[in-house]
Write a protein that binds this ligand. Structure first.
Ligand code: PRT
Ligand code: ZN
Length: 291
């Protein structure tokens, strides 16, 4: 059997679950080449000194904290709940969900205040305890593993604390949202030693790749034509535009401009550019952006 190479970086990811597919996609977008199929325990990257281990998501923080692996990808929710001794390096912008308090639609519980001395079922007892303690609302917490959403109907609890993303599980179980406890997304975590030991340089190279993919998601590459004399207005219209690439067009007095625009202000910026007089606007996705 193939062995793990100890000089390589080791990254633990979820073997099978909600984060698996998007994690593999993120790693591939980062230019890492590896095999991944269901029965695998680990894969070695062909083009980077990295071993990828496939494990249960709940085990990842402990593996990272103990140094069994250098890096891990987990939901922020697991960090909030378990508070492991690991360093968080990056938010990965997928696996979005929220930890919420919900109660049966038909009950007379309308706010978290109505939960005073009531029973709450959850797989997140620590987060739940902390939340209600900060609100000064005493509650009884029942720790349930899996299918928390059915506990109110079974008479086990008056309300639940659970993760939600689309909200359809809540709707399906006739539950209503009372409050958000925290938002979560997939995050990259590291063992504190890895940040300073012999693998530091490898980690820096890997981080450059990861950040390149994350920045690319935030920006779009835009090309446009415009009369030369409106260049100052165009420069004003694009937030953060320092020096766009400009080339002369054959048509006298006209230029072609290339720049990047941030995703969150994309449409309003395009509309502004059009209003000022830019034409022939072409938008291209950016695959990687190394800053
Ligand atoms: O087997 P393993 O232990 O590895 O996996 P797991 O079953 O413990 O975890 P998994 O695969 O369910 O979730 C892994 C991670 O995905 C979580 O730790 C979160 O960070 C993230 N995530 C994102 C979610 C959701 N979205 C989510 N919707 N985790 C769980 N859910 C649950 C939710 O609680 C509800 O019961 O999915 C159900 C459907 O949600 P709705 O709102 O879309 O209906
Ligand atoms: Zn799990």
């Amino acid at each position: 059997m193939k062995k793990l190479n100890n000089n390589n970086l080791k990254l633990a990811i979820q073997k099978k679950g909600r984060l698996t597919e998007e994690t593999l996609e993120f790693l591939r977008k980062s230019g890492l080449e590896f095999e991944s199929y269901k029965q695998r325990l680990f894969s070695s990257c062909r083009n980077f000194a990295l071993e990828i281990l496939y494990v249960r998501d709940d085990d990842i923080p402990d593996y990272v904290a103990s140094g069994t692996v250098d890096l891990g990808i987990v939901g922020q929710n697991i960090l909030n709940e378990k508070r492991p001794r690991v360093k968080k390096l990056l938010n990965l912008r997928y696996g979005f969900c929220s930890l919420i308090v919900a109660s049966p639609k038909e009950s007379n519980i309308r706010s978290i205040e109505d939960l005073r001395n009531k029973t709450i079922a959850t797989s997140y007892p620590e987060s739940t305890k902390k939340f209600f303690k900060e609100k000064n609302i005493p509650v009884e917490i029942v720790n349930i593993r899996g299918s928390v959403e059915i506990t109110p109907a079974l008479g086990v609890a008056n309300a639940i604390v659970d993760l939600t993303s689309s909200g359809s599980t809540l709707a399906l179980n006739d539950l209503k949202l009372l409050e958000n406890i925290y938002e979560s997304e997939a995050v990259l975590i590291a063992n504190a030693q890895t940040l300073v030991n012999g693998k530091k340089l490898l980690l820096e190279n890997l981080m450059t790749r990861f950040k390149g993919v994350l920045s690319a998601k935030e920006y779009k590459y835009v090309m446009m034509n415009a009369p030369k004399d409106i260049l100052p207005q165009l420069e004003n219209a694009v937030p953060g535009l320092k020096s766009p690439t400009i080339s002369q067009l054959i048509q006298p007095g006209w230029i072609s401009l290339q720049t990047v625009i941030k995703e969150d202000v994309f449409w309003e910026t395009i509309e502004r550019l059009k209003r000022i007089g830019a034409t022939g606007i072409i938008v291209l996705p950016i695959e990687k952006m190394i800053i």
